[in-house]
Design a binder for this molecule. Structure first.
Ligand SMILES: *Cc1c(COP(=O)(O)O)cnc(C)c1O
Length: 425
Protein backbone atom coordinates (compact mmCIF):
# COMPACT_ATOMS: atom_id res chain seq x y z
CA UNK A 1 0.00 0.00 0.00
CA UNK A 2 2.69 2.49 1.06
CA UNK A 3 5.05 1.20 -1.61
CA UNK A 4 2.69 2.25 -4.37
CA UNK A 5 2.70 5.78 -2.94
CA UNK A 6 6.49 5.82 -2.76
CA UNK A 7 6.63 4.76 -6.40
CA UNK A 8 4.16 7.48 -7.31
CA UNK A 9 6.45 10.02 -5.64
CA UNK A 10 9.36 8.78 -7.74
CA UNK A 11 11.12 6.30 -5.44
CA UNK A 12 12.38 3.18 -7.21
CA UNK A 13 11.96 -0.41 -6.00
CA UNK A 14 15.69 -0.64 -5.28
CA UNK A 15 15.56 2.31 -2.88
CA UNK A 16 12.35 1.03 -1.27
CA UNK A 17 13.92 -2.35 -0.59
CA UNK A 18 17.21 -0.86 0.65
CA UNK A 19 15.27 1.40 3.05
CA UNK A 20 12.97 -1.36 4.28
CA UNK A 21 15.92 -3.52 5.30
CA UNK A 22 17.46 -0.68 7.29
CA UNK A 23 14.25 0.28 9.05
CA UNK A 24 13.71 -3.28 10.28
CA UNK A 25 16.83 -2.89 12.42
CA UNK A 26 15.71 0.38 14.00
CA UNK A 27 12.56 -0.54 15.91
CA UNK A 28 14.16 -0.79 19.33
CA UNK A 29 16.10 2.45 18.85
CA UNK A 30 12.94 4.28 17.87
CA UNK A 31 11.23 3.06 21.02
CA UNK A 32 13.95 4.76 23.11
CA UNK A 33 13.43 8.00 21.20
CA UNK A 34 9.69 7.83 21.85
CA UNK A 35 10.39 7.40 25.57
CA UNK A 36 12.47 10.59 25.66
CA UNK A 37 9.76 12.43 23.73
CA UNK A 38 7.17 11.22 26.21
CA UNK A 39 9.20 12.51 29.15
CA UNK A 40 9.76 15.88 27.49
CA UNK A 41 6.12 16.18 26.48
CA UNK A 42 5.18 15.75 30.14
CA UNK A 43 7.84 18.28 31.14
CA UNK A 44 6.37 20.84 28.74
CA UNK A 45 2.82 20.12 29.86
CA UNK A 46 3.86 20.55 33.47
CA UNK A 47 5.34 23.96 32.60
CA UNK A 48 2.13 25.02 30.86
CA UNK A 49 -0.03 23.92 33.77
CA UNK A 50 2.24 25.32 36.46
CA UNK A 51 2.02 28.76 34.84
CA UNK A 52 -1.72 28.58 34.18
CA UNK A 53 -1.60 29.09 30.43
CA UNK A 54 -5.04 30.22 29.27
CA UNK A 55 -6.72 31.68 26.21
CA UNK A 56 -5.86 35.30 27.08
CA UNK A 57 -2.20 34.38 26.57
CA UNK A 58 -2.82 34.08 22.84
CA UNK A 59 -4.25 37.57 22.31
CA UNK A 60 -1.02 39.46 21.67
CA UNK A 61 -0.26 43.15 22.01
CA UNK A 62 0.90 45.96 19.72
CA UNK A 63 2.95 49.13 20.19
CA UNK A 64 5.12 49.10 23.31
CA UNK A 65 3.63 45.83 24.46
CA UNK A 66 3.30 46.84 28.13
CA UNK A 67 1.53 44.26 30.31
CA UNK A 68 1.71 41.58 27.68
CA UNK A 69 0.37 38.62 29.65
CA UNK A 70 0.96 36.16 26.80
CA UNK A 71 4.61 37.13 26.41
CA UNK A 72 5.29 37.18 30.14
CA UNK A 73 3.59 33.82 30.69
CA UNK A 74 5.45 32.21 27.80
CA UNK A 75 8.71 33.34 29.35
CA UNK A 76 7.64 31.74 32.63
CA UNK A 77 6.76 28.53 30.78
CA UNK A 78 10.25 28.42 29.25
CA UNK A 79 11.85 29.19 32.61
CA UNK A 80 9.91 26.39 34.31
CA UNK A 81 10.69 23.91 31.55
CA UNK A 82 14.38 24.80 31.47
CA UNK A 83 14.59 24.94 35.23
CA UNK A 84 15.87 28.54 35.33
CA UNK A 85 15.04 31.69 37.30
CA UNK A 86 14.19 33.68 34.19
CA UNK A 87 13.76 33.56 30.44
CA UNK A 88 13.65 35.96 27.53
CA UNK A 89 11.58 34.51 24.67
CA UNK A 90 10.61 36.96 21.98
CA UNK A 91 9.80 37.48 18.32
CA UNK A 92 12.13 40.52 18.54
CA UNK A 93 15.02 38.05 18.83
CA UNK A 94 15.44 37.47 15.11
CA UNK A 95 17.42 34.22 15.05
CA UNK A 96 19.85 32.05 16.98
CA UNK A 97 22.83 34.22 16.15
CA UNK A 98 20.95 37.24 17.45
CA UNK A 99 20.03 35.46 20.71
CA UNK A 100 23.68 34.51 21.22
CA UNK A 101 24.82 38.03 20.35
CA UNK A 102 22.42 39.51 22.90
CA UNK A 103 23.58 37.07 25.58
CA UNK A 104 27.26 37.77 24.90
CA UNK A 105 27.13 41.53 24.44
CA UNK A 106 24.88 41.99 27.47
CA UNK A 107 27.24 40.15 29.77
CA UNK A 108 30.67 41.16 28.47
CA UNK A 109 32.16 44.60 29.01
CA UNK A 110 35.25 46.25 27.51
CA UNK A 111 38.36 44.56 28.88
CA UNK A 112 36.60 41.25 29.52
CA UNK A 113 37.67 38.05 27.82
CA UNK A 114 35.43 35.43 26.26
CA UNK A 115 36.61 31.83 26.28
CA UNK A 116 35.49 28.98 24.06
CA UNK A 117 36.87 25.77 25.57
CA UNK A 118 35.33 23.67 22.79
CA UNK A 119 37.14 24.96 19.72
CA UNK A 120 35.89 27.16 16.96
CA UNK A 121 32.30 28.35 17.35
CA UNK A 122 29.56 28.27 14.73
CA UNK A 123 30.41 30.19 11.53
CA UNK A 124 28.14 33.19 12.16
CA UNK A 125 29.62 33.66 15.64
CA UNK A 126 33.03 34.36 14.13
CA UNK A 127 31.85 37.78 13.07
CA UNK A 128 29.94 38.38 16.29
CA UNK A 129 33.06 37.72 18.32
CA UNK A 130 35.41 39.32 15.81
CA UNK A 131 37.44 36.21 14.97
CA UNK A 132 36.81 37.40 11.45
CA UNK A 133 37.08 41.19 11.49
CA UNK A 134 33.61 42.65 11.46
CA UNK A 135 31.85 45.94 12.15
CA UNK A 136 30.25 46.03 15.61
CA UNK A 137 31.93 42.79 16.71
CA UNK A 138 32.74 42.20 20.37
CA UNK A 139 36.40 42.72 19.46
CA UNK A 140 35.59 46.24 18.28
CA UNK A 141 34.14 46.96 21.73
CA UNK A 142 37.30 45.77 23.44
CA UNK A 143 36.23 42.25 24.37
CA UNK A 144 39.02 39.78 23.68
CA UNK A 145 38.59 36.14 22.73
CA UNK A 146 40.49 33.00 23.54
CA UNK A 147 39.87 29.52 22.27
CA UNK A 148 41.00 26.10 23.43
CA UNK A 149 40.64 23.46 20.75
CA UNK A 150 39.34 20.01 21.44
CA UNK A 151 41.88 17.22 21.58
CA UNK A 152 42.29 14.99 18.57
CA UNK A 153 39.74 12.48 19.89
CA UNK A 154 37.11 15.21 20.38
CA UNK A 155 37.50 15.40 24.17
CA UNK A 156 38.12 18.52 26.28
CA UNK A 157 41.69 19.73 26.73
CA UNK A 158 41.44 20.12 30.52
CA UNK A 159 44.99 21.41 30.95
CA UNK A 160 44.65 23.83 28.08
CA UNK A 161 41.37 25.14 29.50
CA UNK A 162 42.88 25.61 32.96
CA UNK A 163 45.79 27.53 31.43
CA UNK A 164 43.51 29.74 29.33
CA UNK A 165 41.42 31.03 32.24
CA UNK A 166 42.86 34.30 33.51
CA UNK A 167 41.81 37.34 35.55
CA UNK A 168 40.00 38.84 32.57
CA UNK A 169 38.05 35.70 31.62
CA UNK A 170 34.43 36.60 32.23
CA UNK A 171 32.27 34.34 30.12
CA UNK A 172 32.67 30.81 28.81
CA UNK A 173 30.75 29.87 25.69
CA UNK A 174 30.02 26.22 25.06
CA UNK A 175 28.47 25.11 21.81
CA UNK A 176 26.53 21.91 22.36
CA UNK A 177 25.98 20.92 18.74
CA UNK A 178 28.76 20.28 16.28
CA UNK A 179 27.40 22.86 13.82
CA UNK A 180 29.35 22.72 10.56
CA UNK A 181 32.21 20.72 11.99
CA UNK A 182 33.17 17.08 12.04
CA UNK A 183 33.41 16.87 15.80
CA UNK A 184 31.13 15.12 18.25
CA UNK A 185 28.17 16.93 19.76
CA UNK A 186 28.42 17.07 23.54
CA UNK A 187 26.01 15.35 25.86
CA UNK A 188 24.39 17.46 28.56
CA UNK A 189 26.37 15.40 31.09
CA UNK A 190 29.68 16.36 29.41
CA UNK A 191 28.61 20.00 29.37
CA UNK A 192 27.83 19.77 33.08
CA UNK A 193 31.31 18.40 33.76
CA UNK A 194 32.91 21.19 31.75
CA UNK A 195 30.89 23.85 33.57
CA UNK A 196 31.80 22.37 36.95
CA UNK A 197 35.47 22.32 35.92
CA UNK A 198 35.69 25.95 34.79
CA UNK A 199 33.73 27.12 37.83
CA UNK A 200 36.07 25.20 40.12
CA UNK A 201 38.90 27.30 38.68
CA UNK A 202 36.99 30.60 38.72
CA UNK A 203 33.60 30.44 40.46
CA UNK A 204 32.19 33.72 39.11
CA UNK A 205 32.58 32.74 35.45
CA UNK A 206 29.37 33.03 33.46
CA UNK A 207 28.73 29.87 31.47
CA UNK A 208 26.65 30.22 28.34
CA UNK A 209 25.56 27.25 26.25
CA UNK A 210 24.65 27.57 22.60
CA UNK A 211 21.82 25.03 22.73
CA UNK A 212 20.83 25.26 19.05
CA UNK A 213 19.53 21.90 17.79
CA UNK A 214 19.87 20.28 21.21
CA UNK A 215 16.53 21.04 22.86
CA UNK A 216 14.46 17.99 23.86
CA UNK A 217 16.93 15.47 22.46
CA UNK A 218 17.91 14.52 26.00
CA UNK A 219 16.02 14.33 29.29
CA UNK A 220 18.08 17.23 30.63
CA UNK A 221 19.04 20.62 29.21
CA UNK A 222 22.29 22.50 29.88
CA UNK A 223 20.34 24.73 32.28
CA UNK A 224 19.84 21.64 34.47
CA UNK A 225 23.60 21.19 34.86
CA UNK A 226 24.79 24.67 35.80
CA UNK A 227 24.63 26.81 32.65
CA UNK A 228 23.96 30.45 33.54
CA UNK A 229 22.47 31.06 30.10
CA UNK A 230 21.02 28.53 27.68
CA UNK A 231 20.39 30.04 24.30
CA UNK A 232 18.68 28.98 21.09
CA UNK A 233 16.48 29.68 18.10
CA UNK A 234 12.73 29.22 17.79
CA UNK A 235 12.96 28.22 14.15
CA UNK A 236 14.85 25.18 15.35
CA UNK A 237 13.76 22.61 17.98
CA UNK A 238 11.75 24.58 20.58
CA UNK A 239 9.58 26.32 17.99
CA UNK A 240 8.20 22.93 17.02
CA UNK A 241 7.94 24.06 13.40
CA UNK A 242 5.14 26.48 14.20
CA UNK A 243 7.02 29.47 15.60
CA UNK A 244 7.47 31.85 12.66
CA UNK A 245 10.35 33.76 14.30
CA UNK A 246 12.15 34.17 17.59
CA UNK A 247 14.87 33.14 19.96
CA UNK A 248 15.22 32.39 23.65
CA UNK A 249 17.64 32.90 26.50
CA UNK A 250 16.90 30.94 29.69
CA UNK A 251 19.07 31.56 32.70
CA UNK A 252 19.78 33.31 35.94
CA UNK A 253 17.76 36.42 36.75
CA UNK A 254 20.90 38.53 36.70
CA UNK A 255 22.07 37.42 33.25
CA UNK A 256 18.63 37.43 31.64
CA UNK A 257 17.87 40.91 32.98
CA UNK A 258 21.00 42.24 31.32
CA UNK A 259 20.00 40.49 28.09
CA UNK A 260 16.62 42.22 28.22
CA UNK A 261 18.27 45.63 28.68
CA UNK A 262 20.58 44.90 25.76
CA UNK A 263 17.74 43.65 23.53
CA UNK A 264 15.45 46.63 24.11
CA UNK A 265 17.09 49.49 26.03
CA UNK A 266 18.61 50.20 29.45
CA UNK A 267 15.71 51.04 31.76
CA UNK A 268 13.12 49.36 29.55
CA UNK A 269 14.27 45.73 29.57
CA UNK A 270 11.68 43.00 29.62
CA UNK A 271 8.74 45.41 30.06
CA UNK A 272 8.52 46.36 26.39
CA UNK A 273 8.22 44.25 23.27
CA UNK A 274 4.84 43.64 21.68
CA UNK A 275 4.07 40.01 20.93
CA UNK A 276 1.95 40.99 17.90
CA UNK A 277 0.08 37.95 16.65
CA UNK A 278 2.64 35.19 17.08
CA UNK A 279 1.86 33.98 20.59
CA UNK A 280 -0.37 31.04 19.63
CA UNK A 281 2.35 29.67 17.34
CA UNK A 282 5.03 30.08 19.99
CA UNK A 283 2.96 28.27 22.62
CA UNK A 284 1.67 25.58 20.29
CA UNK A 285 5.08 25.04 18.74
CA UNK A 286 6.68 24.60 22.16
CA UNK A 287 3.92 22.14 23.06
CA UNK A 288 4.61 20.09 19.90
CA UNK A 289 8.40 20.40 20.04
CA UNK A 290 9.21 17.16 21.94
CA UNK A 291 7.47 14.91 19.39
CA UNK A 292 8.68 16.97 16.44
CA UNK A 293 12.24 16.59 17.73
CA UNK A 294 11.67 12.82 18.01
CA UNK A 295 10.62 12.70 14.33
CA UNK A 296 13.75 14.58 13.37
CA UNK A 297 15.99 12.24 15.38
CA UNK A 298 14.41 9.21 13.74
CA UNK A 299 15.16 10.74 10.34
CA UNK A 300 18.74 11.43 11.37
CA UNK A 301 19.29 7.85 12.53
CA UNK A 302 17.74 6.44 9.37
CA UNK A 303 20.05 8.65 7.29
CA UNK A 304 23.08 7.57 9.33
CA UNK A 305 22.32 3.89 8.87
CA UNK A 306 21.58 4.24 5.17
CA UNK A 307 24.66 6.25 4.24
CA UNK A 308 26.91 4.28 6.56
CA UNK A 309 25.85 1.12 4.76
CA UNK A 310 26.81 2.76 1.48
CA UNK A 311 30.32 3.35 2.79
CA UNK A 312 30.16 7.05 3.64
CA UNK A 313 31.63 8.53 6.77
CA UNK A 314 28.68 9.62 8.92
CA UNK A 315 28.60 11.56 12.19
CA UNK A 316 27.13 10.43 14.52
CA UNK A 317 27.25 6.84 13.29
CA UNK A 318 24.15 4.68 13.07
CA UNK A 319 24.35 3.25 16.57
CA UNK A 320 25.89 5.83 18.92
CA UNK A 321 23.80 8.04 21.23
CA UNK A 322 22.39 11.33 19.91
CA UNK A 323 22.79 14.73 21.51
CA UNK A 324 21.36 16.92 18.76
CA UNK A 325 19.19 16.49 15.66
CA UNK A 326 21.97 17.00 13.13
CA UNK A 327 23.30 14.26 10.96
CA UNK A 328 26.35 14.87 8.88
CA UNK A 329 27.30 12.73 5.93
CA UNK A 330 30.69 13.19 4.31
CA UNK A 331 29.69 12.82 0.70
CA UNK A 332 33.12 13.66 -0.65
CA UNK A 333 32.14 15.71 -3.69
CA UNK A 334 30.10 18.75 -4.65
CA UNK A 335 28.20 16.60 -7.15
CA UNK A 336 26.97 14.25 -4.44
CA UNK A 337 26.07 17.15 -2.14
CA UNK A 338 23.92 18.64 -4.87
CA UNK A 339 22.21 15.30 -5.63
CA UNK A 340 21.49 14.74 -1.93
CA UNK A 341 19.95 18.19 -1.63
CA UNK A 342 17.87 17.68 -4.76
CA UNK A 343 16.30 14.64 -3.11
CA UNK A 344 15.47 16.48 0.11
CA UNK A 345 13.96 19.30 -1.94
CA UNK A 346 11.88 16.93 -4.04
CA UNK A 347 10.35 15.47 -0.87
CA UNK A 348 9.22 18.86 0.45
CA UNK A 349 5.63 20.05 0.86
CA UNK A 350 6.62 23.53 -0.35
CA UNK A 351 8.86 24.39 -3.34
CA UNK A 352 9.31 20.72 -4.23
CA UNK A 353 9.83 21.65 -7.89
CA UNK A 354 12.84 23.94 -7.41
CA UNK A 355 16.43 22.75 -7.78
CA UNK A 356 18.90 23.81 -5.08
CA UNK A 357 22.23 25.35 -6.10
CA UNK A 358 25.29 26.47 -4.10
CA UNK A 359 25.48 30.20 -3.32
CA UNK A 360 27.23 32.71 -1.06
CA UNK A 361 25.40 33.61 2.17
CA UNK A 362 26.00 36.38 4.72
CA UNK A 363 27.83 35.06 7.75
CA UNK A 364 29.40 32.07 6.00
CA UNK A 365 32.87 32.20 4.43
CA UNK A 366 32.29 29.76 1.56
CA UNK A 367 29.45 28.86 -0.80
CA UNK A 368 26.62 27.02 0.90
CA UNK A 369 24.08 24.63 -0.56
CA UNK A 370 20.69 24.32 1.09
CA UNK A 371 17.62 22.25 0.49
CA UNK A 372 14.47 23.29 2.25
CA UNK A 373 10.85 23.39 1.31
CA UNK A 374 9.65 24.82 4.53
CA UNK A 375 6.53 26.57 5.81
CA UNK A 376 8.75 28.89 7.83
CA UNK A 377 11.57 30.28 5.72
CA UNK A 378 14.94 28.94 6.73
CA UNK A 379 13.43 26.74 9.43
CA UNK A 380 15.75 23.86 10.15
CA UNK A 381 13.44 21.90 12.44
CA UNK A 382 11.62 21.32 9.18
CA UNK A 383 13.27 18.80 6.90
CA UNK A 384 16.34 20.48 5.47
CA UNK A 385 19.89 19.83 4.40
CA UNK A 386 22.73 22.23 4.08
CA UNK A 387 26.45 22.49 4.13
CA UNK A 388 29.36 24.61 3.03
CA UNK A 389 30.65 23.43 -0.36
CA UNK A 390 34.23 22.82 0.69
CA UNK A 391 36.32 19.92 1.98
CA UNK A 392 35.23 17.40 3.22
CA UNK A 393 31.99 18.04 1.31
CA UNK A 394 29.85 17.12 4.26
CA UNK A 395 26.13 17.61 4.13
CA UNK A 396 24.32 18.43 7.35
CA UNK A 397 20.87 16.98 7.43
CA UNK A 398 18.26 17.89 10.01
CA UNK A 399 14.63 18.22 10.88
CA UNK A 400 11.37 16.70 9.84
CA UNK A 401 8.10 17.79 11.41
CA UNK A 402 6.82 14.25 10.97
CA UNK A 403 8.73 11.00 10.78
CA UNK A 404 7.09 9.88 7.50
CA UNK A 405 8.26 13.09 5.85
CA UNK A 406 11.81 12.73 7.16
CA UNK A 407 11.78 9.15 5.90
CA UNK A 408 10.65 10.18 2.42
CA UNK A 409 13.33 12.88 2.34
CA UNK A 410 16.11 10.37 2.95
CA UNK A 411 14.63 7.95 0.44
CA UNK A 412 14.49 10.70 -2.18
CA UNK A 413 18.09 11.67 -1.48
CA UNK A 414 19.09 8.05 -2.05
CA UNK A 415 17.00 8.04 -5.20
CA UNK A 416 18.78 11.08 -6.64
CA UNK A 417 22.23 9.67 -5.92
CA UNK A 418 21.16 6.33 -7.34
CA UNK A 419 19.68 7.86 -10.50
CA UNK A 420 22.83 9.88 -11.13
CA UNK A 421 24.89 6.70 -10.64
CA UNK A 422 26.71 8.22 -7.67
CA UNK A 423 25.87 5.20 -5.50
CA UNK A 424 25.06 1.57 -6.19
CA UNK A 425 22.43 -0.30 -4.20
C1 LIG B 1 21.87 27.51 13.81
C2 LIG B 1 22.93 27.69 14.81
C3 LIG B 1 23.31 28.96 15.22
C4 LIG B 1 22.78 30.23 14.62
O1 LIG B 1 21.41 30.27 14.52
P1 LIG B 1 20.70 31.11 13.36
O2 LIG B 1 19.28 31.03 13.74
O3 LIG B 1 21.00 30.42 12.08
O4 LIG B 1 21.25 32.48 13.41
C5 LIG B 1 24.28 29.04 16.20
N1 LIG B 1 24.84 27.94 16.71
C6 LIG B 1 24.52 26.72 16.31
C7 LIG B 1 25.19 25.53 16.93
C8 LIG B 1 23.54 26.54 15.35
O5 LIG B 1 23.22 25.33 14.96
Amino acid sequence: MNEAMYRRLGVSDEVIKFSRDILCELEERFKEIDDVAEYNQLKVLHAFQENKVNATCFAGTTGYGFDDVGRDTLEKVYATCFNTEAALVRPQITCGTHALTVALSANLLPGDELLSPVGKPYDTLEEVIGIRESTCSLAEYGVTYRQVDLLEDGSFDWDGIRAAINERTKLVTIQRSKGYQMRPTFSVKQIGELIAFVKSIKPDLICMVDNCYGEFVDLLEPSDVGADMTVGSLIKNPGGGLAPVGGYICGSKKCVERCAYRLSAPGLGQEVGASLSVMTSLYQGFFLAPTVVASAIKGAIFAARAYEKLGFNVLPNGTEPRYDIIQSVELGSAEKMIAFCKGIQKAAPVDSYVVPEPYGMPGYNSDVIMAAGAFVQGSSIELSADGPVREPYAIYFQGGLTWPHAKLGIMMSLQMLYQDKLITL
